[in-house]
Design a protein around this ligand. Structure first.
Ligand SMILES: Cc1cc2nc3c(=O)[nH]c(=O)nc-3n(C[C@H](O)[C@H](O)[C@H](O)COP(=O)(O)OP(=O)(O)OC[C@H]3O[C@@H](n4cnc5c(N)ncnc54)[C@H](O)[C@@H]3O)c2cc1C
Length: 317
């Protein structure tokens, strides 16, 4: 893999952690054949060349464009990939990444693999492992041809840890046919549920939106924790759709996932079953979620969650 290009995703001018993970994966691919890693930041962002170099980038191409449309970003990435003769293009498997991956592959006339949890170079292309059927099976995919594109599931790759500073290269962005007029952030300052290493999710078992404060308190006790929700509570209007985990919501793979008052429907499991440790809290000992949990607590959410938060605070103090 002589040249690997990583499309950086930025938010509020900051490179998102998942893009640093993609740089680490790119570094491993490039190192297997003494190749180089190029990062592309289409939108204007605070680019810390030491942090990006440490994570794996040799060169950072900065376009400094204003909030950019997906077709413009895809055209910019494809044009740079051609210019560099890149053999692999990587990006994060986020909502934005889902929008971009197919567009980039189409422009490069390449194959692609989405939502990968492992990638490696092989003699005949890029080999990827990706979960399918809601995590019930894993598919090994080989993308052959001159160039391969892949998106990487958050929390499955690590940024490199090098003593290196990336070189800045000024670049220009292709015009998109659509123009982004504004981006309105949702309220709250918690991390995105798809990227957090700890997720505290609630379901219909919480019984009312007014009871969410117990989950917020548990999340507050755990540094960096995000809030998640089942579709039932999102449909009920208790929580915003941005927090929904599952088949029609976000896919998460944190180190620690709390499922509180969530039954464990297949569509919910599709979004969280690759979490490393799953703690289920449910008053029904036969709830299906216990079949997937690392630890299960049978009890009333209103009693178990505050007690757990208090104990965690004692331990972390
Ligand atoms: C096409 C399609 C896509 C879907 N996509 C998604 C998706 O993306 N994400 C998703 O989550 N769902 C999705 N669903 C819905 C899914 O099938 C379930 O209906 C939903 O996940 C159920 O949510 P829940 O677990 O919160 O509620 P329920 O199934 O009603 O479960 C509530 C649980 O809370 C427990 N409980 C009740 N009271 C308490 C208490 N006081 N203390 C502790 N536990 C208590 C109950 O024992 C029960 O296990 C989808 C469905 C379809 C058809």
């Amino acid at each position: 893999m002589s040249c690997v290009l990583v499309l950086l995703e930025t938010r509020d001018g900051q490179v998102r952690p998942t893009s640093l993970e993609a740089l680490g994966a790119a570094r491993d691919l490039a190192d297997s054949s003494s190749g180089t890693v190029h990062a592309l930041a289409v939108e204007e962002a605070d680019l810390d060349l030491v942090a990006l170099g440490s994570a794996g980038a040799d060169h950072v191409h900065a376009c400094g464009a204003e909030a950019h449309s997906a077709d413009g970003s895809a055209a910019t990435a494809a044009s740079l990939a051609r210019e560099l003769d890149a053999s692999v293009v990587l990006l994060a498997a986020t909502i934005r990444g889902r929008d971009l991956l197919g567009r980039i592959a189409a422009k490069l006339d390449s194959g692609f693999a989405a939502d990968c949890i492992e990638i490696q170079a092989s003699d005949s292309g890029l080999e990827c492992l990706r979960p399918v059927y809601g995590g019930k099976a894993q598919l090994r995919v080989r993308v052959t041809g001159q160039v391969a594109a892949a998106s990487l599931r958050p929390n499955h790759f690590n940024p490199a840890d090098r003593d290196a500073e990336a070189l800045l290269v000024q670049a220009s962005a292709s015009e998109g046919s659509a123009k982004v007029l504004g981006i309105h952030a949702g309220a709250g300052d918690r991390p995105d549920v798809a990227e957090a290493t700890i997720v505290v999710s609630g379901g219909r078992g919480l019984e009312s939106a007014d009871n969410w404060h117990i989950l917020e308190d548990l999340a507050d006790a755990l540094p960096g924790a995000a809030l998640g929700a089942s579709r039932a509570v999102v449909d009920a209007g208790w929580r915003p759709h941005g927090e929904q985990v599952g088949q029609t919501g976000k896919t998460v793979s944190p180190e620690l996932y709390f499922a509180v008052g969530i039954s464990g429907a297949i569509q919910h499991l599709a979004g969280m079953s690759s979490s490393k440790v799953i703690v289920a809290i449910n008053k029904d000992p036969d709830a299906p979620i216990f079949g997937h949990a690392t630890y299960g607590i049978v009890g009333e959410a209103s009693e178990v969650v505050p007690a757990l938060a208090a104990e965690i605070r004692k331990v972390l103090e």
